[in-house]
Each structure stands twice: as structure tokens, then as C-alpha cells.
Design a protein around this ligand. Structure first.
Ligand code: CA
Length: 231
């Protein structure tokens, strides 16, 4: 079946335009005009992706995002935040709340549909099969499950791809650009700082106080999955 996209936006004209363009791209679309309605629709219709406006009446987009991330059923639901704010600080705040991507209004429709396509692709079950292991981390690609020292780790679609990429090349140092090309794809423009935000989220999910930090930051170079015991 075609992917279902939920538009959460209180500007009716923007909803109409988004709906028209997404349906033209072959997606099914449902929409909500406020946060409460959005949460109810997510539970009811189980969309494949959410376009979430930041400024909504009563419950804000940020709060909706937080609530969706708190529930196990929607922890991995792909979310793109839409906002009139374009400050870097807001962008980072949006991503830290759990959004997978972020677009400032006014945005170009081809760019939005490219990002929708890219995020849906990232969220799809990884075609590769099997188990990846490194140190005490295990990734089951079939079951889409990650554990560290047998503790279950819950990752969003972007963090899952990110970890998979590192697990396939343990010990190698990758620049932000390498990571962007491998995880987001070369056809989409994402600011390099976005990588840092997702690395931070991945670290937070993987590391507990008792574990050592398994992701090494290499100054001016990038990141590596590294337990410090490489031969
Ligand atoms: Ca709005």
C-alpha cells in the first residue's frame, strides 16, 4: 500500500497545497489542525510519516513530537518539523526533541518531497539481513532490534541507519560529509551540524553511565565507532 502521511498544520491553505502535492507524488494523506487531533490520528490511522508544524494552537508541535517519542509504538515514527522559525538554535532544539528532519517556511515543494522520500527510505526495514556485532552491541537487521550488553536500545530511523553504517565499518573515522552521504544519501542537502545532533542522540541511547562511550569524536575529522581496543 502507498505510504500514509499525516500533515499537522493549522493553516488550511498550506494543508491544501501540501495534500495536493503529496497525493500527486503518490502518497495517501490525512491531516489534523491541532496537536490533540494529531495524537488521536496517529493512534488511529498509524501514518508512515508525520509533517509537523511547530506553531499549533494549544499543544505545540514540539510537545506533540515529545509525546510521540515517549510512546513505544511511535518512538520510531519518522517526523519532519515545519516551522516559520529559522534560527539555528530552534533547529537544534527541534531535532533534540526527536524530529528526524526540519524545514523552515517558506520551503520549496520539490525539496520537501525529496526529504519525505529520503526519510521514508531510511525508515524502511533495512534490506540487508543478518546480525552485526561490535564490542557489546548487537544489531539484528531482520528484527530491527539493537541491544547493548543485552539491554534493549530504542533508536529512531536515522540513528538506526547511523549505527548500522558505523557497525559495518568499525574503527574507521568518517567525516560528517561521509556520514551524510551514507545515511541521508547524496541527493539531499542536510547541514553538517545535523550529523552532530543525531550522533548525540545515538550516544545518549547507547551509553549509560557504566558503559564507556563507544563513539569516538575525532577533532576536525569526524566520528568513529571505537571501543579503544583496536589492534
Ligand atoms: Ca501554524
Amino acid at each position: 500500500m502507498k505510504p500514509l502521511i499525516l500533515i499537522v498544520e493549522d493553516e488550511a491553505a498550506l494543508v491544501t497545497m501540501l495534500r495536493y502535492n503529496l497525493e500527486k507524488e503518490g502518497y495517501r494523506v490525512c491531516d489534523a489542525g491541532n496537536g490533540e487531533e494529531a495524537l488521536a490520528l496517529v493512534a488511529d490511522r498509524k501514518p508512515d510519516l508525520v509533517l509537523l508544524d511547530w506553531m499549533l494552537p494549544s499543544l505545540s508541535g514540539i510537545e506533540v513530537c515529545r509525546q510521540l517519542r515517549r510512546k513505544p509504538a511511535t518512538r520510531e515514527l519518522p517526523i519532519i518539523m515545519l516551522t516559520a522559525r529559522s534560527e539555528e538554535g530552534d533547529k537544534i532544539r527541534g531535532l533534540n526533541t526527536g524530529a528526524d528532519d526540519y524545514m523552515s517556511k517558506p520551503f520549496s515543494l520539490p525539496e520537501l518531497t525529496a526529504r519525505v522520500r529520503a526519510l521514508l527510505r531510511r525508515a524502511q526495514p533495512v534490506p540487508q539481513k543478518g546480525l552485526l556485532t561490535y564490542d557489546d552491541i548487537t544489531m539484528d537487521l531482520d528484527a530491527h532490534r539493537v541491544t547493548r550488553a543485552e539491554r534493549p536500545i530504542h533508536l529512531g530511523p536515522t540513528e538506526f541507519r547511523l549505527l548500522q553504517f558505523f557497525m559495518q565499518h568499525p574503527g574507521n573515522v568518517f567525516s560528517r560529509e561521509d556520514v551524510l552521504n551514507a545515511v541521508w544519501g547524496p541527493d539531499i542537502y542536510v547541514e553538517p551540524r545535523t550529523v552532530d545532533v543525531h550522533i548525540r542522540r545515538l550516544r545518549k541511547a547507547l551509553n549509560t553511565d557504566s558503559d564507556s562511550d563507544i563513539i569516538r569524536t575525532v577533532r576536525a575529522a569526524g566520528y568513529a565507532l571505537d571501543n579503544g581496543q583496536a589492534a
